[in-house]
Design a protein around this ligand. Sequence first.
Ligand code: ADP
Ligand code: ADP
Ligand code: MG
Length: 671
Amino acid sequence: MENQIDQSVQIKAITTLLIANRGEIASRVMRTCRAMGIKTIAVFSDADQDAPFVAEADTAIHIGESNPSASYLDQDKIIAAAKKLGADAIHPGYGFLSENVSFAERCVAEGIVFVGPNAAAIAAMGSKSKAKSLMIEHEVPVVPGYQGEDQSLERLTKAAEEIGFPVLLKATAGGGGKGMRIVREASEIESAIAAAKRESLSAFGDDELIVEKYIASGRHIEFQIFGDKHGNAIHILERECSIQRRYQKVIEESPSPVLDEDMREKMGAAAVNAAKALKYDNAGTVEFIYDESSKDFYFLEVNTRLQVEHPVTEEITDLDLVQMQIESAQGLPLRLIQEEVNGIGYAIECRLYAEDASNDFLPVTGRIECFEIPEVEGLRVETAIASGSDISIFYDPMIAKLIVWDNSRQAAQTKMRYVLKNLVCLGMTTNQNFLLQLLENEDFKAGRYDTHFIQNKIDLSELSRQGEGAELLACVAATVYQWHHREQSRGLLKSLPSGWRNSFNDYQKVVYISGDTEYETKYRYKDGAFQFFAGPLELKARLIEVLDGSIRLQIDDTQYKFTVAKNAQHFYLHNESTGNISLQEKPRFPAFEAEKIEGGYESPMPSQIIKILVEPGQEVKSGESLIILSSMKMENTIEADADGVVEEIYATEGANVEAGFLLLKMASENS
Ligand code: ADP
Ligand code: ADP
Ligand code: MG
């Protein structure tokens, strides 16, 4: 068997490719371009001027302000850049314009090769209702539900009753885990439909909904598909992506721990069916939800682009999916047939995010003070940050993708745990400790999980802390690190012992704050060693070596290396055994404390103000929406927590504000 060749397909040369994206995926695409001898052009926004992916490109061109709509989503600017610099192809990466029908059409109209599927295939899958209808026509199993044109409340309610509760309402135009709402019982359906329509309209500019049976225990298993312009289509095995929070993936692995050869073949065949139905001609992903107990699987959607988690597939097949994308876009036939697709070993990917797992996974922003990747055979890191990079409010908070390959699932996981313990990423809260906790979970190790695993099996309240023992070690390390730096700057007074010049018996005292716990750390330095009373512990410490940003010290009989990063408020420390710990030094004198303003509403994180929904003097009811904020692609609505009258508004639409910014003030009804 060979792939069929359609002689009428014109083969186009690509010598210069513009990447209409940013961050790690821009770097990823450029890597393949270099291997193929294709010149690369990066486009960048204000916020990305100093980003590594920009420096990595052969040519880089500024296209606008940081806000994506003024740069990475601005089709005119991107097309103009491509023409100005003579790009014969554009790779859209994922997100941004990657699944935008008019952009794909426009590239073709301008004579630029769009590295992705044909616009008709994107259009067919852009609507969840049309996608499902098409799949039903081609006998691909779909989740039982309603995806009709009649969007009246009566019809949708009737659909929900027929399907049986719980049901899932989905925005037809939705994506990225947004615009979904579970409805558990009939009494909630009316208000849920109204709310889902409102949300969908504001997020996607369209209020059409589909209603689906809610699969209570399902696994997200997706198949990589690939097609060419000659009519060939294959699947390149599956990725299991059930470890999710907020309907978004955190860990992906391949092969799935629950598919046997038989199921793989069945689901793979359905995926290829879907590809053929679409005349699919590039990289795509067919997502299924899989019911382990009944072995039923249902089509969810097709993502018509390269997927974030594509490296997992690359690691087990040794294929370069970006290269295959470029080849298909050029008009070349697929480089392999289905029978040649062969996975070897196991691969797993963890997404390192700037987010706080213990605070509802809210994204955080800030500067990555220190980023160090451990040297591990078989580890692949996809990232576009380096020490000193900023995680800004404008873009996705993903810091890096960590991918490991090994012969078996167990070996790959052992390796991943090692990587998660030894990777250094300091300067803000990340999900690194959380990822390690997932990898250490016995059910996860055994492959027993579904899409609700994080919600049901992980105690998120335990997450922000690493335990008293670990935190006290970090307090000791921070103290000695500080001591050393003071000592160095003491200059002329060097002959005197630091800090307690007159009385040897006095202990120096530092109080550190971790979460809401205070640790009193008392110490004195004598004869080359430190004697510590840290919380309830008495410890001996000896400084071995201090470098810029790290310290090696011996505490009792064990030597530790801590990587240390400091910013204005925090000490960030990392050690293989303690994980990431952040400490605040308690000021010696009671500091001026920002007073909470009564009736004040603050921005919970650094955000952009999208919309102000109220006016001064307006009466509002408890629960009413006041202001819509956006941070890293996430919308956040500030709601009134009591009835009252809006007194004053300090926010302005479009402005970027820090966490804690006072947005507005309300006077309560009875005051
Ligand atoms: P998106 O376009 O936002 O990615 P999907 O339809 O792919 O939307 O669904 C995202 C996630 O939501 C899935 O990975 C799965 O965890 C969950 N999900 C989707 N549909 C269902 C369903 N019918 N029942 C239960 N969970 C679902
Ligand atoms: P790199 O991508 O790091 O330059 P290679 O091209 O040699 O390295 O391999 C790609 C990846 O495939 C490596 O990161 C490695 O983990 C993984 N790998 C190694 N051996 C195999 C194999 N036999 N089959 C599949 N993947 C492998
Ligand atoms: Mg999806």
